[in-house]
Design a protein. Structure first.
Length: 191
């Protein structure tokens, strides 16, 4: 989403995370760094990772600090619903719409204005309907003893396809659902 927002020429990007101790945030950051090392993302340069501690005011100040420290910054990636809103507000307040883009994980109800203003071209989150459906579908199979949870096991989850259990006994549902100007208003009514 960051590359799509800034264009093929890329540029400097920064991560605005929740807390330095948030396991899920740290996993996402590690995965982002792996992706950024791939040739298709070579035009993006990660210049900083900062933490807003999932507080709106601190996340806002961290975004402002990124603008000052990196005047050529093109995007902020915020894998936190608090951070993405704060960063998008900072972009708008500093008059940086069209120069710095914000993406990451957020709620359509909180991000619709930032998509409409152009501070955010797209962002994502897991669709709660799909997540609930998938978890319930898998749970029924586990409780009936139809699945063991062993590494490599395939878990059919109806309309959501199939999950594969990894070596830790975990499985990722699917790609998150992406929101943009074409659908954000529709979904903002729901979550």
């Amino acid at each position: 989403m960051a590359l799509d927002a800034v264009g093929k020429d890329g540029g400097e990007v920064a991560i605005l995370s929740a807390t330095a101790q948030a396991t899920n945030q740290n996993i996402w950051i590690a995965e982002m760094k792996k992706e950024l090392a791939k040739p298709e993302f070579s035009s993006l340069k990660l210049v900083s990772t900062v933490y807003g501690d999932d507080q709106a005011d601190k996340s806002y100040r961290e975004a402002q600090g990124l603008f000052k420290s990196f005047p050529n910054l093109k995007a902020i990636i915020a894998p936190t619903s608090v951070g993405i809103v704060a960063a998008a507000k900072a972009v708008a307040d500093q008059g940086l719409i069209g120069k710095v883009f914000v993406t990451g994980l957020g709620l359509p109800s909180e991000m619709k204005g930032h998509v409409q203003s152009g501070a955010t071209k797209s962002f994502a989150i897991w669709n709660p309907v799909d997540l609930g459906y998938t978890a319930t579908y898998a749970a029924v199979q586990f409780t009936k003893g139809q699945l063991t949870g062993k590494a490599g096991e395939k878990v059919p989850v109806g309309r959501m396809g199939t999950l594969t259990i990894d070596e830790k006994g975990e499985a990722a549902m699917a790609e998150p659902f992406t929101f943009d100007k074409d659908n954000v208003l529709k979904y903002a009514k729901y979550f």
